[in-house]
Design a protein around this ligand. Structure first.
Ligand code: HEM
Length: 445
């Protein structure tokens, strides 16, 4: 199929491209580096890149569930840091809105008309149901939910197992390689390509687009944000073509066809259709990928837990929950307060931004004993907030859990042990929490 993209897909290498472009840009424009002065301004991405966010959030949790940051490069905001407070805010979606009109779901602010004009930018928006409130959210979520039922997961199980097994069998022995690229990206991107019935040879484009779409750091640098919009427009053009091809065909089991032929589709504009496709790509991509990397890193850091996994495959389902908790691949979601209210003793005003730090809620010592330890026997691992809570709770959670469970089961079947054996590089972002590179070596147990 003819695509509208500027480079051949083989030349795309996802987040490193974005991060390298950002680094090069900041080296040339040091004046654009943000200065963070507030001690609790956790919008700074260096603390995630250097993996030193834990004590900052622990200090906040010890002092209270909510903390106001009056000044930061992303404007003023509330840090919501306890498990209880995050769940409470998510359970009140009318009072704490997700909608793009109010500000959307990330810590970034959308530019107002004046700022857009001053920067000579046009507004580029892809409406998606994660950034909508009821009742619109309900109708649009219904168009994709049938793709994630237990029956659908059963249908996908064999295929996921076969692909995972083949990939594990192809891994080099006695050689250091990057687990992120060879395993985590390959498995998640392949899964999405199957879900969308996306052209297989172009599947790495899904990773590339997802990395640019989800990169909050890039979005804050003016020139790079324009590059990002350009890339997202290319993505929209690609999907428009797929949509046009499928619209005239018999309904198929893939997500694009399912969405086109869904009765709720008449509630969606072409822009919204596109936005929701992007949501599924971004939602299903970085998150599952970074958990697949997090499992390997976590087992390497806690060898007693790797041993437990090797000796007790029955622990795998709980290990999946615990690894998701421990990694928490999306650090936060944001809500905007719609009415003045009192929240855990604080006065929150209409228009205030609340950043729900899942990363912190999942390390809340009031809920999880010894929370900084990976413990695959943890009884309440399932209480993690990594999938969110309430009406927006991740619609793809079952698929993510299935992919992760199959990965661990197939590793166990092959008696594969994976050691960190080289560079570990984390993502430099305050939204996606994960690994850009994880060099490993495979042996047997
Ligand atoms: C929503 C995390 C995998 C699609 C969300 C939310 C989180 C999240 C935190 C927002 C919840 C909230 O606001 O309360 C994760 C994690 C994953 C994962 C940690 C993997 C470990 C997936 C997959 C897909 C997916 C595999 C689909 C292919 C979505 C969609 C939404 C969503 C469409 C929007 C739901 C709504 O607004 O109603 N996810 N996700 N996610 N996720 Fe996931």
């Amino acid at each position: 199929m003819a695509t509208q993209i500027a480079q051949s897909p083989a030349t795309y290498r996802t987040s490193p491209v974005a991060v390298d472009a950002l680094r090069a840009h900041l080296a040339e424009h040091p004046e654009e580096k943000w200065s963070h002065t507030h001690p609790y301004d956790v919008s700074r991405s260096d603390i995630y890149y250097e993996d030193r966010w834990q004590p900052i959030f622990a200090e906040m949790r010890a002092k209270g569930p909510l903390h106001w940051v009056d000044e930061s490069p992303v404007g003023p905001y509330w840090n919501v840091v306890s498990h209880k407070a995050i769940s409470h805010v998510e359970a009140l979606p009318e009072l704490f809105s997700s909608s793009w009109e109010h500000g959307g779901i990330t810590i970034l602010n959308k530019l107002d008309e004046e700022q857009l004009a001053a920067q000579g930018k046009e507004r580029f928006e892809l409406p998606m149901f994660i950034a909508m409130d009821r009742p619109k959210h309900t109708g649009q979520r219904r168009t994709v939910a049938p793709a994630f039922t237990p029956a659908e997961m059963k249908r996908l199980d064999d295929d996921i197992r076969r692909r995972t097994g083949e990939l594990l069998d192809s891994l080099p022995r006695g050689e250091v390689f990057d687990w992120v690229d060879k395993v985590s990206i390959e498995l998640t991107t392949g899964m999405l390509a199957i879900l969308f019935d996306f052209p297989w040879e172009d599947r790495r484009l899904l990773t590339f687009w997802s990395d640019w779409a989800g990169d909050t750091e890039i979005a804050m640098v003016r020139d790079l944000d324009e590059m990002r919009h350009e890339i997202l427009r290319e993505m929209a053009a690609y999907f428009q073509q797929l949509w046009a091809e499928r619209a005239n065909k018999e309904p198929g089991p893939d997500l694009i066809s399912m969405m086109i032929h869904s009765p709720a589709m008449n509630q969606m504009s072409p822009q919204e259709f596109m936005g929701n496709l992007v949501l599924l790509i971004v939602g299903g991509n970085d998150t599952t990928r970074n958990t697949m990397s997090g499992i390997i890193h976590g087992f390497d850091k806690f060898p007693d837990q790797r041993k437990l996994f090797e000796e007790n495959p029955d622990l795998i389902p709980n290990a999946v929950q615990e690894c998701i908790r421990y990694q928490t691949p999306l650090a936060h979601m944001r809500r905007t307060c719609t009415e003045d209210t009192e929240l855990f003793g604080e006065q929150v005003k209409a228009g205030d931004k609340l950043v729900l730090w899942y990363l912190s809620g999942n390390r809340d010592e009031e809920v999880f004993e010894n929370p900084d330890k990976l413990d695959i026997t943890r009884e309440n691992a399932r209480r993690h907030l990594a999938f969110g809570y309430g009406i927006h709770r991740c619609v793809g959670a079952r698929l993510a859990e299935l992919q992760l469970r199959v990965l661990l089961e197939e590793m166990h079947k092959r008696r594969l042990r994976v050691h960190v054996a080289g560079d570990v590089e984390r993502v430099r972002a305050n939204f996606v929490h994960g690994f850009r590179k994880l060099e490993v070596e495979v042996t047997s147990f």
